[in-house]
Every structure is written in structure tokens, then in C-alpha cells.
Write a protein that binds this ligand. Sequence first.
Ligand code: NAD
Length: 290
Amino acid sequence: MAERITGHTELIGLIATPIRHSKSPTMHNEAFAKLGLDYAYLAFEVGNEQLEDAVKGFKALGVRGWNVSMPNKTVIGKYLDHLSPAAELCGAVNTVVNDHGVLTGHITDGIGYMRALKDNNIDVIGKKMTIVGAGGAATAIEIQAALDGVKELSVFNRKDEFWERAQQNVKNINEKTNCKATLYDLADTESLRREIADSYLFANATGVGMKPLEGQMVIPDASFLRPELIVTDVVYMPEKTKLLEVAESVGCKNMNGMGMMLYQGAAAFEMWTGKEMPIEYMKEILNIHF
Ligand code: NAD
């Protein structure tokens, strides 16, 4: 690094709290080094109290862009000049691009999920998808899938504190995209079975399957799946959740959340640098399988 940083090196940031555990600095700095790009990516512990100052500071310094995670993701929009259609509909931003002082907020999580599908030769465009969840990850996937041309989306969620957001997501999709979305209570297992039965793809976009819910899944049992169904999970730790293990035992093609994580970074990288992230190299050095 000492040899690489010069007076010309451009900064890319990451703001959130807590943030020290993030793998994004490693991913982006490895990609910059591999392509010989003169950027450095650094994480900054920033809460919502310092957020406005942080945005002004980055802008004053001419920082090319930055990633945003919790708790700043849902708050930063009001400090930016423009939002992408997906960021607007999600009410969240994970990537900011600074074009000569004009700040645009994007959300690349959903883009990442859709690109990961493509990487696995899974084409859900024009087809029906059933998805569980209404949190940050689920919202990003649902909105992007609808914007990209998924024909029908059946959304399931528990009647918990995310129910209202689930209602809002479905309303946004029906009003602002050509996709037809319907919301169901996850406890309604009869509807869950019926909706999965004529879906091309079933997605878990909740933390069920990951600690502290490891060993659990959002469907009651394997009889909800069939071999032709594609099954995906946003969780990547463990690499194979209970849902994906069951899907595999039924014979379903399946995909974990690592691809979404990699490609959300790749999409941001391209927005800042105009260059494609070296995906195969990243998979190899970061030990990514999906
Ligand atoms: P969140 O807290 O915003 O959303 C939680 C969602 O899970 C809600 O829909 C909630 O109703 C549902 N839920 C919680 N407990 C449940 C249970 N016991 N049964 C059924 N539903 C339940 O979380 P998030 O930020 O959207 O993250 C969800 C998961 O996605 C996490 O495991 C996270 O690690 C993962 N994630 C992955 C990526 C990636 O790039 N692969 C990106 C973001 C998040």
C-alpha cells in the first residue's frame, strides 16, 4: 500500500456503525490493485448524528464516492442531490457517487442479487417469483426484480414490525412498475404452498437460517419444493442454510447470498471507476462460492 498511495490517489469511503468487521475494504482494495487503479477504499465509523457533516466533508474533499450501511442507509437520502429509481422506491442508499459535487444515491443490493442469478444462468425475467421478507435485503431484491421485469411477485412476511414495510413495498411495485405484486402472511402455509408451486424461483430474504436462527427455514418442510424450482437465500454464513440443504436434497438448483454480496460491490465499483470488477479473481481470492 505504501508504494501505491500517491498525491493523486482518489478516496472511496464506507460509512456505518459498527463497520470494522466489513469485508468491503478488502474486496475493493484488492480489485483496485489488480486493475492498477489509483483509488483507496477506507471505512469510517459514522453514526446518524455525524452523517450530515460526513457527507459535507466527503463532498468538500472531492471524494469520488462511498458505500453506506446501517444505520445511515435509510437516512442519507435527504443529504443527497439525486436518488436512483430503485433507491427512491427502497427508501435506502448503499452507494453514493460524487460527480463534481453532485451527489447521487443508489442501492446496489438488488442489482447484486439479479447479477448473481445471471452469473448462475438463472433467468427470472418475465416469470413468477415468491420471496419471503420485507427488511433491507428483501426490499432491495423485490424492487430491483420488479424494475428489471419479473412478471409476478408473491411476497410473504410475518405479521411483525416489518409488515407495514411489506405493504408499502407491494404498493410501490404495483404503482411504479409493470410487475404484479401480492402480499401474504407467512403463517398462511396454504397460500405459501400454492404460490411456490407455480413459481419459477423461491427466495428467502430474511435472516432465518443464520445465527441466531441457524438450522431453521421459512418453509415448514421439503414438500413445499419441487426439483424444477430454483431456490435462493440471502444468507451466506453458513454457506448452505437449512433451506438450501433441503432444496439440494429435493434436487433444486440453489444459490446462497455470496453472489449478491460480491455483485453489489461490483456494481458500486463500476459506478465509481467506470471499470468492471475482476469478478473471477475476486471469487478466487475471497473464496466466494454461490
Ligand atoms: P432486516 O432486519 O432488515 O429484515 C428482517 C426480515 O426478516 C423481516 O422481513 C422480518 O420479518 C424477517 N424475520 C425475522 N425473523 C424472522 C423469523 N423468525 N421468521 C420469519 N421471518 C423473520 O434484515 P436485513 O438487513 O434485510 O437482512 C436479512 C438477512 O439478509 C440477514 O441474514 C443478512 O445477513 C442478509 N443480507 C445479505 C446480503 C447479501 O449481500 N447477501 C445483504 C444484506 C443482508
